[in-house]
Design a protein around this ligand. Structure first.
Ligand SMILES: Nc1ncnc2c1ncn2[C@@H]1O[C@H](COP(=O)(O)OP(=O)(O)OP(=O)(O)O)[C@@H](O)[C@H]1O
Length: 264
């Protein structure tokens, strides 16, 4: 996707009055937020601010109590996860979710099958063309492993990788669905500084390929360096949104994190 196409695209995410209650708790409370296409968008906020709940609402894992969600120009408020995935939205999780028993390359190919039921069916029935499709899937998986910088033997069991490597494998698996919008929940958790920087560079490379990236992240220097826009949640509400430096230096944000502005 070139730059003018990205600019002409509808917002990757638009929420209006988005609210999710758990009993009496407003985990996400009346959030009006727009993530433009082509952004690297950081969602930050103290623990329990509602960041993961927001991502869960966006990709249909949980249902809203009130409000609306529009993804890539389609109203998805009542969509289930698989319907959201088919629009071109992929997701990684705070807790790594790799399928035990699969090797590195199989884990990425599994990502492809997740949204392509027709391919699964032809694989099971061994229909003509299935072997060629499998070869293509594996070769695409190897390209994605290279893209995310995961230089390990493709036949290694996925669960034997280091934590940082597993996080990159999850991103490769998410990319295997050919998403337009990639949601990452704390992608640098457990990564060292070198791995975190590599992840930042990967996000830039993906953005240059036309993806929109939204990440929940606690690493503020990463957000400042690599995100083009950000939003701060606090107690479920949207405190502020805009370029990371102005958001994170906002006294209200400092207060949400530290209690008093002068502690920043
Ligand atoms: N399924 C649930 N049932 C009840 N309460 C929930 C549920 N999921 C989240 N919450 C509550 O909603 C609030 C927001 O949680 P959420 O996980 O979205 O925060 P977060 O900003 O992602 O936090 P962290 O940075 O610690 O991961 C918290 O008070 C949490 O305990």
């Amino acid at each position: 996707m070139n730059q003018s196409t990205v600019q002409d695209s509808p917002p990757a995410i638009r929420t209006a009055g988005l609210t999710r209650q758990f009993g009496g708790l407003h985990a996400v409370d009346d959030v009006h937020l727009t993530v433009p296409s082509g952004a690297i968008f950081g969602i930050v906020g103290p623990n329990g601010a509602g960041k993961t709940t927001f991502l869960n609402l966006v990709n249909g894992i949980i249902r809203r109590t009130r409000g609306d969600i529009e993804l890539l120009g389609t109203r998805t408020s009542a969509f289930a996860t698989h319907q959201v995935a088919r629009l071109g939205v992929a997701r990684t999780f705070q807790t790594i979710k790799l399928i035990p028993g699969l090797n590195v390359v199989e884990s990425v190919v599994a990502g492809r099958y997740r949204v392509r039921r027709d391919t699964v069916l032809s694989a099971v029935l061994s229909l003509p063309g299935e072997r060629r499709a499998r070869r293509e899937n594996e070769s695409r998986a190897r390209e994605l492993l290279q893209l995310v910088g995961l230089d390990v033997p493709p036949d290694r069991p996925a669960t034997s990788l280091s934590y940082g490597e597993q996080r990159r494998l999850e991103i490769a698996r998410a990319l295997a669905t050919e998403p337009t919008l990639l949601l990452l929940d704390e992608p640098t958790a457990g990564m060292n500084a070198r791995e975190s920087t590599a992840l930042g560079e990967l996000m830039l490379a993906l953005r240059d390929r036309g993806l929109t990236l939204v990440m929940v992240e606690h690493n503020m220097s990463l957000v400042r360096k690599y995100c083009t826009l950000s939003a701060v949640l606090n107690s479920g509400t949207l405190l502020t949104t805009g370029p990371p430096d102005s958001c994170l230096d906002d006294p209200r944000v400092q207060e949400a994190y530290f209690g008093r502005a002068e502690h920043a």
